[in-house]
Design a protein around this ligand. Structure first.
Ligand SMILES: [Zn+2]
Length: 560
């Protein structure tokens, strides 16, 4: 299995997931296929939605069919994940198959990702029972790891008890599963208990290996996707599209509607464009058409989330989405308790300005982090917006530039450039860096370029933060003592960095652990010789665990 981050925001990530040579991009939806009730076939899904990963229940398959090869049986060449029958176990209390048998069965029929027979404990079950169930789950996980040929889900149980979820995450991490599903959360979703869901996800995330995908088992409603992706969930499965269709219910990213209560079809998918509500209700194919709409709505929300990760606006997007249900809004506030953990992974510099959407914007980990960094700056804080008190010099600098069209009759001068520099690289760095420099303005009459003998730095228009040239990096390297703002490259890649090639995560040896993703950094060799400068693409925690992906995107290699 390959899992490689392409873009990130919050704990969310757009990543390449490759299993048995088949590639998908997460966050991703896995439609649940029920071969007993094939409403939409996998082939049709692939044609209509470009579906390249599906999930089926191996217990149902085992009971109802004689299967040699699951891909042939389902007529689907993408990734097939199977669940184990744990859901039936939770529903009926007992099933007639052992953990060993169900794992071997999944080996035999050739699934891409198998699941062992974990014991799901409902939220708020008796603590002793939850603990006992969890011990059995962990034992079975260990047994399955030995038996499974290929990728295996390591489901995390522990009911609504955070100490048990933590224990489960730590124990299960030892067996190096490929994907970590968070199990038995469906009752919480049904009850709209998104606060407990948030706590469970963040507890698990904190103790699971960061380089493995997390699957939120049974979460298929687009209402909760944005929040749960922000919290670090990568995979979702949806039986909801079909179950809700059977029940006359119409899914949207802002909630569930009943067809009988509606007057319009407020969507532009092929189904809602072709049919009026009356025609849809009267159609013989109503359930299938409704299921198709439900899938369109579900996939659309995933695409919107991916786009917002790509442009680093996921927090803004989530803050608009949590207004779709009060329980989502309250759940979002739980994030505050996990701020330290999140801020170490969340990119500190974003391509999109911070939007102030309401009081809850202030709990973003980035806000706390920016306030900490303001302490590097000695200039008086003579400006304020709903989130920050800040010095005027930072009025155009991210994240203080909330009011983009603020009518300020000032431009940077030498003093304000120092303030920006201190904020970005540390107290006192601005004065030293700007010694014997001149500035050049842009066409819009704003200071944009800092020159020594050559160009040293550019003040980026988007967020009013500095990017360095080769000469500028040399100057900063002399000012900042090791290990500040540095990422050390392994010796074997030194010639490549000097050619301007990116530093891959695998070859990053050590780094300043106070750095945050998307900051400008210096790349050095093992003797602190400067090789280049660029943008740090991963957080220190991710650098530690990810073998793949770019660690530093090199902007300029040092000219020798
Ligand atoms: Zn529609």
């Amino acid at each position: 299995m390959i899992f490689e981050i392409r873009a990130k925001d919050g704990l969310g990530r757009v990543a390449k997931l490759s299993i048995n040579g088949k590639n998908i991009e997460t966050p991703c939806l896995m439609p649940v296929i029920n071969p007993n009730l094939p409403l939409i076939t996998p082939k049709e899904m692939k044609r209509l939605f470009k579906t390249d990963i599906i999930i089926a229940n191996s217990y149902t398959l085992y009971k109802s069919f004689d299967i040699e090869n699951i891909h042939k049986f389902l007529d689907f060449d993408g990734i097939i994940v199977t669940d184990s029958g744990s859901f039936q176990l939770m529903q009926y209390g007992d099933i007639d198959i052992t953990n060993k048998e169900i794992v071997k069965y999944q080996n035999k029929i050739g699934v891409d990702v198998a699941t062992f027979l974990d014991v799901p404990t409902k939220p708020y079950a008796n603590y002793e029972k939850a603990k006992k169930d969890l011990e059995i789950t962990i034992e079975r996980g260990e047994e399955a790891r030995m038996l499974r040929e290929g990728e295996l889900n390591g489901t995390i149980q522990g009911s609504a008890y955070l100490d048990l979820r933590k224990y489960a995450s730590i124990q299960m991490s030892k067996y190096d599963f490929d994907i970590y599903p968070i199990g038995a959360v469906v009752p919480l979703l049904m009850e709209y208990d998104f606060s407990k869901l948030t706590e469970i996800i963040l507890t698990c995330k904190k103790y699971l290996p960061i380089n493995k995908p997390v699957h939120l088992f049974g979460a298929g409603h687009p209402l909760t996707f944005a929040l749960t992706v922000l919290l670090g969930c990568d995979l979702f499965d949806s039986a909801a599209y079909a179950l809700y269709a059977n029940d006359n219910r119409y899914l949207t990213s802002y909630g569930t509607k009943n067809l009988n209560d509606m007057k319009y079809l407020p969507c532009s998918c092929p189904i809602c464009s072709k049919y009026t509500l009356e025609e849809l209700k009267a159609s013989e194919e109503k359930i299938k058409l409704l299921a198709l709409h439900n899938l369109y709505a579900t996939y659309e929300e995933i695409k919107k989330i991916k786009e917002s990760i790509h442009e680093n606006s996921l927090w803004n997007f989530v803050e608009s989405r949590i207004r779709n249900h009060p329980r989502l809004y309250y759940a979002y506030k739980k994030i505050k308790e996990y701020s330290d953990y999140i801020s170490k992974i969340d990119p500190f510099i974003k391509n999109t300005p911070l939007f102030y959407t309401g009081e809850e914007t202030k709990i973003r980990p980035l806000v706390t982090e920016a306030k900490k960094r303001l302490k590097r700056v000695s200039t008086k804080r003579d400006m304020s917006n709903p989130v920050f008190n800040y010095p005027k010099a930072l009025a155009f600098t991210f994240p203080f530039n909330i009011e983009r069209d603020i009518d300020l009759d000032f431009d940077q001068n030498a003093e304000s450039l120092k303030t920006i520099f201190d904020y970005q690289f540390g107290r006192g760095t601005g004065k030293k860096f700007l010694e014997e420099t001149t500035v050049k303005k842009s066409k819009t009459n704003r200071i944009r370029y800092i020159y020594g003998k050559e160009l040293l730095a550019t003040l980026r228009a988007r967020d009013n933060l500095f990017t360095l040239t080769s000469e500028g990096a040399k100057r900063l390297h002399r000012i900042l003592r090791y290990p500040h703002y540095r990422v050390m490259a392994s010796e074997e890649v030194v010639p490549f960095i000097l050619e301007g090639r990116d530093l891959l995560s695998k070859f990053a040896v050590s780094w300043d652990t106070d750095l945050r993703a998307y900051e400008e950094v210096l790349v050095i060799d093992s003797s602190d010789f400067l090789l280049g400068t660029g943008k740090l693409m991963l957080s220190p925690k991710e650098l530690e665990y990810f073998e793949r992906g770019v660690a530093v995107k090199i902007r300029a290699a040092v000219k020798l």
